[in-house]
Design a protein around this ligand. Structure first.
Ligand code: NAD
Length: 499
């Protein structure tokens, strides 16, 4: 069985802790490799080496650092098929979706090529007599990223791109479920010209995460994953004096107004609800049709579309709409939640539980499930399901529908489908959620905007990628400078007015 590694000081390094996690091929339901789980000592050694490498990288001019990013983009494009194949084999998502995963990360790296511009700082000429004032953005030193299984290319790149472009050294602790692509990304960064030790990939579980949280050299942590872990990391990281941003789970509502194009809304819901087997933090998991008549029309349009979805292994290429869940445990959890929905009285209009695929009997596949008449007290509404399950909560009015999304504890993304500009504008203005789609079901902002949820979907002050990432991975130093003919008057004992 293949034994994966860490990536330390420019090369793959075997784990020494003696602890491993199984990495599955979810389509076959078989263990395909083992990933080492780092000890605290291994993590600390990787950080110490990164701290040695960082000053020279931080002193490398931003344009040269950007050139490494430029070359990295070329290599990502060169190896796109290889990366997508490795990604699908461990995650289970379809090949086109895996390429999208790489592509959305690559776009953030493209944005990072603009680092010299973003790091220019601010300058006031003549802030006072003979006085200039300037602010510069400096790297923090060694920073870390802890990432989830569902985007094993995109989210590591969202973290490492800006962190490295700003001149930091970066410790990546990827998900132990699909660690191969993060290792490949580190090798490509190396090939692109990144000096040894500036990017370290340390595989692991809670032990490695806790070591990151407690390591005094690490200045900042960017986390993406489930909300309970986000809260834990935010709390412990902040109390250890680090800068921390954590992005958590979601329960994204899509409001369907009576005037919406119902075919368009149904198509959007099917893609956003079931794509990647629902394992997306921006998946739509709750449809909220306004009015019973709208709900009936929507369900009527949804059922044939949902029943037609093709579920299968990534090796079937573009013929498959979505693949298996990531692990057997994830599948069991989703099955349990569907059962609870039935028990608590929701209408299971399409039941995906008995799905079977010849030749893949042990795979972690689930057919698509569609619930109608879900109420907000049910477990299937209260929990993030993270599976191919769409719930319909019927609302009597626009205000009631808006209230469901606003009262939900999560605030990652939401969408409204309507032909009415006034309603759409009101929705975008009043809703307490970070990313809004108007007739767009998955409103993931592009690399030059920022990505982040509100409420229990996001902890910390700054978003991911876009200009916020450059703020997160740098700190501001402001210099007040005077080059007068001489300082002859002696000391000053009060704050000087810049007159
Ligand atoms: P997860 O919380 O289980 O794991 C995320 C990371 O935390 C992994 O690296 C994991 O090793 C580590 N971890 C897990 N348990 C830990 C513990 N007890 N102590 C310390 N570290 C621990 O999340 P996941 O299942 O990999 O990913 C799915 C979740 O991520 C979903 O909730 C999804 O909504 C969320 N997500 C959010 C965003 C966003 O931007 N808001 C994006 C993608 C995924």
């Amino acid at each position: 069985m293949e034994e994966l590694s860490h990536f330390i000081n420019g090369q793959r390094v075997a784990g020494t802790s003696g602890r491993f996690a199984d990495v599955y091929n979810p389509a076959l339901g078989e263990v395909q490799s083992k990933v080492p789980l780092a000890s605290k000592a291994e993590l600390d050694a990787a950080v110490a080496a990164a701290a040695e490498a960082q000053p020279a990288w931080g002193a490398t001019n931003p344009q040269r650092r950007a050139r490494v990013m430029m070359e990295f983009v070329r290599l990502l494009n060169r190896d796109m098929d290889k990366l997508a194949e490795a990604l699908s084999a461990e995650h289970g998502k379809t090949l086109p979706d895996a390429k999208g995963d790489v592509q959305r990360g690559l776009e953030v790296i493209e944005f990072c090529i603009g680092a010299p511009h973003l790091l220019k700082g601010e300058f006031t000429d003549g802030a006072g007599p003979g006085i200039d004032m300037y602010s510069m953005r400096q790297p923090l030193g060694v920073v870390a990223g802890i990432t989830p299984f569902n985007f094993p290319a995109m989210i590591p790149m969202w973290k490492m791109g800006p962190a490295l472009a700003c001149g930091n050294a970066f410790i990546l602790k990827p998900s132990e479920r699909d660690p191969s692509v993060p290792l490949m990304l580190a090798e490509l960064m190396q090939e692109a010209g990144l000096p040894d030790g500036v990017l370290q990939v340390v595989n692991g579980d809670k032990e490695a995460v806790d070591a990151i949280l407690d390591n005094p050299t690490i200045q900042a942590i960017g986390f993406v994953g489930s909300t309970p872990i986000a809260e834990y990391i935010y709390g412990r990281g902040c109390s250890n004096g680090k800068r921390v941003q954590c992005f958590g789970g979601a329960k994204n509502h899509m409001i369907v107004m009576p005037d919406a194009d119902m075919d368009q809304a149904a198509d959007a819901l099917v893609g956003a609800g079931y794509g990647a087997a629902g394992e997306r933090c921006m998946a739509i998991s709750v449809a909220v049709p306004v009015g019973d008549e709208t709900a009936d029309r929507l369900i009527e349009k949804l059922v044939p579309r949902v029943e037609k979805l093709k579920v299968g292994p990534y090796t079937a290429g573009a013929d498959v709409d979505y693949g298996p869940l990531v692990t057997g445990a994830a599948k069991e959890r989703v099955l349990g939640l569907i059962g609870s929905g039935v028990e608590q009285g929701a209408d299971l209009v399409v039941d995906g539980r008995d799905f079977a695929l010849q030749g893949y009997e042990s795979g972690f596949f689930l057919g698509p499930s569609l619930f109608d008449k879900v109420t907000t007290d049910m477990e299937i509404y209260r929990q993030e399901i993270f599976g191919p399950v769409l719930s319909t909560v019927r609302a009597k009015s626009y205000d009631e529908a808006l209230g469901y999304a606003m009262d939900n504890e999560y605030g990652n993304g939401t969408a409204i489908f309507t032909r009415d500009g006034d309603t759409a504008r009101d929705f975008a203005s009043r809703i307490n959620i970070g990313m809004i789609g108007i007739n767009v079901p998955i409103p993931v902002p592009l690399a030059y905007h920022t990505f982040g949820g509100w409420k229990k979907s996001g902890f910390g002050d700054l978003n991911q990628h876009g200009p916020d990432a450059f703020r997160f991975y740098t700190r501001t130093k402001t210099v007040t400078s005077r080059w007068p003919s001489g300082l002859k008057e002696g000391g000053e004992f009060h704050f000087k007015q810049m007159d």
